[in-house]
Each structure stands twice: as C-alpha cells, then as structure tokens.
Ligand binder design. Structure first.
Ligand code: PEP
Ligand code: MN
Length: 337
C-alpha cells in the first residue's frame, strides 16, 4: 500500500503517518517527489486501517499496490532509483558500461584487460573469481586469489569492481572486496542467497534466470529489497528458447517493460545474451536505444585462450570501437555514456 500525501503536507504530517504505520508493525519508506511525498507501507498491511490513515492531516489518498512485487514496483517508488557506487551513478542519465573478462585467470590477464577497458571509457570492471560452470570439470575460478587480483586492478585503475557471489556463506568475504555483488542467472531463485544479500552493504546486480519471467525476476529483487538492501540493479542476460544459433535469446522487450514496471536500474548483458562476439556490438546499440541504463560486456585480451566464454568475448580494440559507436546512440536518446 502507498500513501500519497497532499502537496502542502508538512514534515510533522509525514512524521505522524509514519509513527502510526509503525504502531501497526509495518515500516514506512518515504519518497519525496517534486509534486508530493509518497509513503510506502512495507510489511503485513492487514493491520493497517486505510480509512483511519485517510482521515489524518496531510493525507491525500491511499492506494493498494496490486502487483505481487511491492518495493520493486514503480507504483511504490515513481521516480527512477539512482545509486552512487564509488563515484559512478547508475540509473541516472549516464549509461554505465561494466567490462572485463568472464573469469579472472591471472594477474597479468586481469590488469591488461582493466587498463584496456578503462582507456576505452568503461565505468566498472567485471570479472568472476567464483564461476558457476555447467561442468564440474571446467575452470571454477581462482576464488579469493581472484578477489585479491580484482582489488589490485581497482587500486591501479580506479574502476569499481563487479564480481559474482554464489553462496550465502560467501557474502561477507566477497563484500569485503567487491563494489557490486553479482547474482548469476543460475542463482536468481536461490532465496537463501538473495535474503543474505538483503543485509549486505553493497549493491546487487541481479541477473534474470535463464528460464525466468520478468515477474519472477522482480520477485527475486523483492527478496533483496525486503531484507533491507535498496540497491538492486536488474540485468537482462538472455533467456533460453528453441533457437540454437545464439547461446540465449536476448529479450529486448525486458528493457522498456522492466523500466515501466520498476524504478530499479536495468542493464543488459549482450555477451551471455548472444554467446557470439560479433553480435555484441549491434545488440549493445539496440539495448541502449531501447533505454537500458547500462551494459555488462565480456572483454578478453586473447579470447582464443580464454578459460571461459572466449566465443562471446570482445578483444580490447573491438570494445574500444563499440564504446565509440555507443556514444552516438546514447546521444540520440538524450543520454550520456
Ligand atoms: C557471467 O557473468 O560470467 C555469468 C556466469 O553470467 P550468467 O550468470 O548470466 O550466466
Ligand atoms: Mn561469462
């Protein structure tokens, strides 16, 4: 439920409403807009007496949120959420590009990539230290050593780092190193992991499950939000369909649809979405045109030697030319990059 306050409601009116909501055992989330303030009621709203609220000073009306996702919904929070992460704002006018290898393979490989993507204009560095591989015999990542290398690359380049956490028990360790915690597609419905990320002090990049609907993605975000972490970035990374030419089918509909349904930033992963490096540029351009707030792109100095996802990784020079071509698209939709 949300409470829309009158445009001339005072701080005292807002305080009284909040106090009353808390008496009913719920929490209040206040969003101050240009026109008016909206108070979101979080928790078990069965105790909340709507008629009584509507009689309180400063209250315009109450509105029931019908969608199953509440905190993630645009009704609850009409304005776009913008988070600042180590000097980078996501969800605002600037399109944010996160780039780097699928996996951290060595110090040399990561530092070389980090400098290259930084030079090309990337805003954050990605790289997996813990890799959720389909086969237990494939490279599983360097673990904590990989996190240390990522931290060194941040120190060298100033780029914030994005890396995956696969297990609730690993959240404290990975949070110590990462600036953004990535939840991979296979873990989108790992509710123990999502709940523990709700109490993490770092923003979460939540990837859409490979067989999940947009509503399931938003409900997964709701687990993180309802446990107290407001900083969730939604990521479309392709879903599984009957089409074998591409690794996944990137659902471009998800960009404007999620932006309509939710206030959370929406980014796209064209690397996993296509599985083919030569499709990464056209699809990146399309998603920026469709309104994405950012991209996460795999880059490797020698894709043919990559221990994972070489076929979809861009060489640094191709990434640099992609960044140039994205500028033109961003400009066309009144955004910066
Ligand atoms: C990745 O980003 O390298 C990754 C494993 O992504 P996803 O979870 O989308 O497959
Ligand atoms: Mn990958």
């Amino acid at each position: 439920m949300i409470i829309v306050m009158k445009h001339n409601a005072t701080g005292e009116h807002i305080y009284r409403v909040t106090e009353q909501i808390e008496k009913w055992g719920c929490k209040a989330s206040i969003s101050k807009g240009k026109e008016c303030t909206i108070i979101g009621v979080i928790g078990d709203v069965r105790m909340v007496d709507r008629e009584r609220i509507e009689l309180m000073d400063g209250v315009e009306r109450t509105v029931k949120i019908l969608r199953p996702f509440k905190l993630a919904s645009r009704e609850f929070h009409p304005l776009d959420s913008v988070f600042r992460i180590n000097g980078v704002s996501i969800g605002g006018n600037q399109v944010i590009v996160m780039a780097g290898p699928c996996a951290v393979e060595s110090r040399e490989q990561l530092l070389e990539t980090a400098y290259a993507v930084k030079m090309a204009g990337a805003h954050a560095l990605r790289g997996g230290a813990y890799k959720p591989r389909s086969s237990p015999y494939s490279f599983q990542g360097l673990g904590e050593k990989g996190l240390q290398i990522l931290a060194e690359a941040r120190q060298e380049t100033g780029l914030p780092i994005v890396t995956e956490v696969m297990d609730p028990q690993m959240v404290p360790l990975v949070s110590d190193y990462a600036d953004i915690l990535q939840v991979g597609t296979r873990n989108m419905q790992n509710y123990a992991l999502l709940s523990s990320l709700g109490t993490a002090k770092k923003p979460v990049l939540l990837k859409r499950g490979l067989m999940s609907t947009m509503e399931e993605l938003l409900m997964a975000a709701e687990y993180i939000l309802s446990n107290g972490n407001e900083r969730v970035i939604l990521c479309e990374r392709g879903i599984r369909t009957f089409e074998p030419y591409t690794r996944n089918t990137l659902d471009i509909n998800a960009v404007p649809m999620l932006k309509q349904l939710s206030h959370l930033p929406v980014i796209v992963d064209p690397s996993h979405g296509t599985g083919r490096w030569e499709l990464v540029e056209p699809i990146s351009r399309a998603t920026v045109a469709a309104g994405a707030d950012g991209l996460i792109i795999e880059v490797h100095p020698r894709p043919e030697e990559a221990l994972s996802d070489g076929a979809q990784s861009l060489k640094p020079e191709r990434f640099a030319s992609l960044m140039k071509s994205l500028k033109v698209i961003a400009q066309a939709v009144d955004r910066t990059i």
